[in-house]
Structure formats: C-alpha cells, structure tokens
Design a protein around this ligand. Structure first.
Ligand code: LLP
Length: 422
C-alpha cells in the first residue's frame, strides 16, 4: 500500500509558500495558474487507499493539461473523457484505449466520428452512451465495441443546482429502462460491459444519504442487468467527491464515503469504478493575479485585478467561494502590518458579475500586490475563455518540487488569428 504520510486530506491556501509564488509570478507574469503535480499524486494516492478495489478514472474535464494526464496515468489512474477533444488528449498520453472511457453527452456527429475512429485504432476503448439515439448512431458508424450505458438514477446532489446531474433529463437513460436498452444492445452485437451514472459534482459529507441512496439504486440495477442481460464488467458510479473551499469547511471523510459505497452497492459481482475529477486537482492549483486598481466605492473598497471571469468562471457562474490571500502583505516582513478591510475583488471584464468576492475581510490591498486565489486547480483553466478578446493565461506546474511552464500565455494574436484575413 502507498504511504500517505505527510499527505493532509486538504491543502489550504495558507500552506502555499508566498515567496515561491511571488517568484513564479515575477518570472511568468499574471494572471497565472500554478498547479502542483506532487499534490495531484498525493490526492490520487489517498483515493487509491480509500478505494483499494475500485478502478479509478480521472474525469479529464476538471483539468485536461497534458502534464496532469501524464501524472495520473503514471499513477495507474484511467481517464474519463467528455468530448472528442478530451479523448484525443487521453489517447495521446495513454496510447491504449484500455484505461480510457468516452462518456458521450448529446454527442455532435464529429465527436462520434472521431470516437469510432479512435476505437478502430484502440479496440479496448469503452464508450458510454446516455441515450438510445447515441447507440443507434454508434451502430450506424459500424461500432460494435465495448458499450456502457449511462442511466439517470433520479437522484441529484452537488454544490449547486447547475452541477446536479443525477435527476436532470439531459443525462442518461431513465434507470427503469436500462435493462431493455441493454438487452437490445446486446442482441445487436454490442459488447455490453457496464452501467454508469453520475449524481453531481461537489458532493459534501452532509449529502452522504443521497450518495447512499444513489449507490444502492445502482447496485440494484447492476443485479437486474446481470440477471436479465448477462455479466457486467463494471459499475461506474461517477465522480463528485467534494473538496472544502471555505477556510473552515472540513474535508470529505473519504473512508466513510468508501464504506458507505461498499455497503450500499451490496452483493454484486462487478468491478466498482469511480471517476472523480475535482478531488485530484482542486487543491493542487492556485491562480495568481495582480492588483491594478484600488478605489473607495460607496459601500466597499473595490479592488481591481488582472484575472477575471474569463480566467476563473466559477464565482460568476455558481457563486462559488474561493479563498483569497494577499501574498505581498503576507511575505513582506519589513512593511507595516496591514489592517483588514472589507473588499470587493473584481476582474477587468465589462460585466457586473465579474467579481471573485464581495465585501470580504482581507489585508488592505495596494496597487501592485500579488493575490492568490485558492482551489483553482479544478474547472479553472478548463472553463477559461476569450470573452472581451482576452487571451487565456499561462500555466506553470511544479513537478518533484521543480517549476516549469506547462502552457504559454495566449497572445492577442492567438485570439484573432483564426479569423479570415481580409
Ligand atoms: N463523471 C461525469 C460523467 C461527470 O459529468 C463529471 C463532472 C465527473 C465525472 C467529475 O465530477 P467531479 O468529481 O469533478 O465533481 N464546472 C463545475 C463542475 C461540473 C462537473 C461536470 N461533470 C464546477 O466548477 O463546479
């Protein structure tokens, strides 16, 4: 068993070394994503230790950086992909379809073409369909490979209604139809290997009851499918393991989740598969940003920074809380100690929703200060975009303690060069 010594259940923003981050910001500029691959490995090992018998896949959508995929592949973790782009990235890293799943959600035709082509080169690839139409469309393309069915279990959970999938009509075939759909697929020559569901993202300890109910329904379904259609290879219960974003929030008790999962699945002769994304990478990443404007607004101090909702969308999209730290105030011991004031930290995008926090107590900010936004490793860069023609930031990784540039900063030319030249 892997040793977990020195691997806390959560890495808080306060645990990052300010001078190290300052020097990275100095070298690569801001806004800058920094991702510690050593912490990604620790997170993988904690998951492996809690779920020793499960197959563990990484939901690539949380952070698709090649360095992350290589790191997790190196840890023996498989890759779950949500699009042809993620699938292409995953196969470039693993060079085998055996540990790769493609979960097709209303897949565009081009995605299915690419997935079937990938299967021809890597016949051990697993494709998970969430609609009967998807199965028909795979058949039309000549696919008769490994097929998993995503079901809709009718139970959702997660940190925000926009990420609760388990009862949302968009995802999966209603669980009560699964036996018929799989029996039909088996008759048509597909290699039926598994069933899948994902209840939602950011499931916390206080939602353990929903998790239990969800997993027990999936165990029940696995038994029905096995009896009616034949043996299944795996039961994939998705991802969703929450991480603490607030400073006083307790980490998920992974062992308790694993115990509850085993108990709720009950007796069933299939491999349990889990596919978390956030848990691997969230606390391994920070976003560095520089203060460019400080002004007294009517009721608050408005602090303008060079990252915005185009860099980290989660606060604007889900009202998500991210811890924020003023690294300059923390690291300069010669300076007077700074008073804490209520600050609203906002980005450079022309939208009033472009704020990271409102009236949060932080040491007084000054122009030029470097701030760190914590827990930015999951769904940070992945959801970044070029709104307002703003180039996406650079990403640096720390690997075995050594930092290197993993992805360069985009330029305005990168943003405009795909347009037709006149
Ligand atoms: N498997 C499937 C089929 C999924 O749809 C997802 C996430 C996962 C696994 C991984 O879930 P995780 O372990 O990362 O919670 N952008 C949102 C999260 C959206 C998650 C979508 N699906 C956020 O920033 O909170």
């Amino acid at each position: 068993m892997t040793t977990l010594e020195g691997s806390p259940a959560v890495r808080r923003l306060t645990a990052w070394e300010p001078t190290r981050l300052e020097s990275l910001a100095g070298e690569y500029g801001t806004p800058l994503y920094v991702l510690d691959l050593d912490r990604v490995r620790e997170n993988a090992r904690r998951l492996e230790s809690a779920f020793p018998d499960a197959e563990i896949l990484y939901a690539v959508k949380a952070n698709a950086l090649k360095d992350v995929l290589e790191t997790l592949h190196g840890e023996g973790v498989g890759l779950e992909c949500a699009s042809a782009g993620e699938l292409t990235r995953a196969l470039a890293v693993t060079d085998s379809g055996a540990e790769v799943h493609y979960t097709a959600v209303n897949p565009p035709a081009r995605d299915l073409d690419i997935a079937v082509e990938a299967w021809e080169a890597h016949p051990e690839l697993t494709i998970t369909a969430g609609a009967e139409d998807t199965i028909d469309r795979l058949e039309e393309r000549g696919y008769d490979g490994r097929l998993c069915l995503r079901v809709n279990p009718g139970i959702g959970a997660g940190h925000h209604e926009k990420v609760q999938t388990g009862a949302n009509a968009k995802f999966g075939v209603p669980a009560e139809r699964a036996v018929d759909v799989l029996a039909d697929a088996a008759d048509r020559g597909f290699d039926v290997v598994g069933i899948h569901a994902h209840v939602g993202s950011g499931v916390s300890s206080d939602q353990l009851d929903a998790h239990r109910e969800f997993v027990s329904r999936m165990g029940e379904l696995a038994r029905s499918v096995t009896a009616a259609v034949g043996d299944l290879e795996f039961l994939d219960i998705g991802g969703g393991f929450g991480v603490p974003y607030r400073e006083d929030e307790q980490p998920l008790d992974l062992e308790a989740v694993a115990d509850a999962t085993r108990e709720a699945v009950g007796e069933v002769d299939v491999q349990l598969t889990i596919e978390p994304g956030r848990y691997f990478v969230a606390d391994a990443g920070v976003l560095l940003t520089t203060v460019n404007t400080v002004k007294d607004a009517r009721e608050t101090t408005l602090v303008g920074v060079d990252a915005g909702m185009t860099t980290l969308l989660r606060p604007a999209m889900y009202d998500a809380y991210h811890p924020i730290r003023n690294l300059t105030a923390d690291s300069s011991d010669t300076e007077r100690s700074r008073e804490e004031t209520a600050q609203t930290i906002a980005g450079p995008i022309c939208e009033s929703g472009d704020v990271f926090c409102t009236d949060r107590k932080l040491p007084e900010s000054e122009r030029g200060d470097l701030l760190a936004i914590g827990n930015a490793g999951a769904y940070g860069y992945e959801m970044a975009n070029q709104y307002n023609s703003r180039p996406r930031p650079a990403s640096v990784v720390i690997d075995d303690g050594v930092a290197r540039l993993a992805r360069r900063r985009e330029t305005i030319d990168d943003v405009t060069s795909v347009e037709r030249e006149r």
